[in-house]
Design a protein around this ligand. Structure first.
Ligand SMILES: Nc1ncnc2c1ncn2[C@@H]1O[C@H](COP(=O)(O)OP(=O)(O)O)[C@@H](O)[C@H]1O
Ligand SMILES: Cc1ncc(COP(=O)(O)OP(=O)(O)O)c(N)n1
Length: 278
């Protein structure tokens, strides 16, 4: 296996560059790992929402996976949008055979509310992919879908995380608190033994397109570099918080995260932002 640390994302696309594979590859690049991608669905979307979806035929997803894995074995893999049970089965067959750390972002909806996973595929996600994952990163609505629980406070967040590990066989769960109320954006990691919280000040912005993709991709990149799960989540949290803090006023909806945000934190105060970005 090459010493070059590489990460693979298996996910849908966003031609406006804020979410999906485009966000994942930007994150991999910024976190200094070699990024690769397998496309599951081509999504016509932008900062205002999803306009249309074209699913890649399952045999062609299989072909892309074969092209990558027969040539470059990734150190870590993340999955994002996987729309159907058939896609999940093909992806699971490949992930069963790899030693790569696997991070699953169980993407069900875009922030606009558009469904990105078929309703009937949620059980299949639990059957085929959850048991293979080193980490699952649901937001609160996704954790509610997975567990059937109503999650309104941190106690319920922790109960849901525990249930996903104990009942569905996940190795670890990071339940993200972006959808909760309060002055902190608090996420809870449960690794089967104990809980760790990752908290940051809630930033008052509507420009949060692609936050979940950015976060899980940053964690995946850090796992590819050999960091522990706790360290990888810590770096991921710092990365996504900075990406939200410096998020971009692009488009007429929810603007995207800024992948230079992490670097900007350590730069002394500047005057004009260059190109509105850094
Ligand atoms: N306004 C915000 N300020 C700071 N952190 C946020 C904000 N919104 C979300 N986050 C953080 O961004 C990450 C992604 O969370 P979340 O929005 O829950 O996921 P998703 O994008 O999958 O819906 C989490 O770490 C969450 O705490
Ligand atoms: C192709 C694709 N995958 C995932 C998402 C969801 O992205 P996420 O980071 O959870 O947040 P939003 O951008 O939906 O706010 C997506 N939109 N497209």
């Amino acid at each position: 296996m090459s010493n070059v640390k590489s990460a693979l994302t298996i996910a849908g696309t966003d031609p406006s560059g804020g979410a999906g594979i485009q966000a994942d590859l930007k994150t991999f690049q910024e976190r200094e790992v070699y990024g690769m991608s397998v496309v599951t669905s081509v999504v016509a979307q932008n900062t205002t929402g999803v306009q249309a979806v074209h699913h890649i035929p399952v045999p062609f997803i299989e072909q892309q996976l074969e092209s990558v894995f027969s040539d470059i074995e990734p150190y870590a893999v993340k999955t994002g949008m996987i729309a159907s049970e058939e896609m999940m089965r093909v992806i699971a067959r490949v992930l069963e055979k790899t030693a790569a750390a696997y991070v699953m972002d169980p993407v069900m909806y875009a922030k606009s509310g558009h469904a990105l996973m078929g309703e009937h595929s949620r059980d299949a996600l639990k059957t085929y992919l959850v048991p293979l994952a080193a980490l699952i990163t649901p937001n609160v609505p996704e954790a509610e879908e997975l567990t059937g629980m109503t999650i309104e406070d941190e106690t319920a967040m922790k109960q849901a995380a525990k249930r996903i590990v104990q009942e569905y066989g996940a190795k670890a769960v990071l339940l993200k608190g972006g959808h909760m109320e309060g002055h902190e954006a608090a996420d809870w990691l449960y690794d089967g033994n104990s809980f760790t919280s990752y908290k940051a000040e809630r930033i008052p912005t509507k420009h949060t397109h692609g936050t979940g993709c950015t976060y899980s991709a940053a964690i995946t990149a850090e796992l590819a570099k050999g960091r522990s799960l706790q360290e990888a989540v810590q770096v991921g949290k710092e990365y996504v918080t900075a990406a939200i803090k410096y998020s971009l006023q692009l488009g007429s909806g929810n603007g995207p995260t800024n992948h230079w945000g992490y670097r900007l934190q350590s730069v002394p105060a500047q005057g004009e932002l260059h190109n509105g970005i850094y």
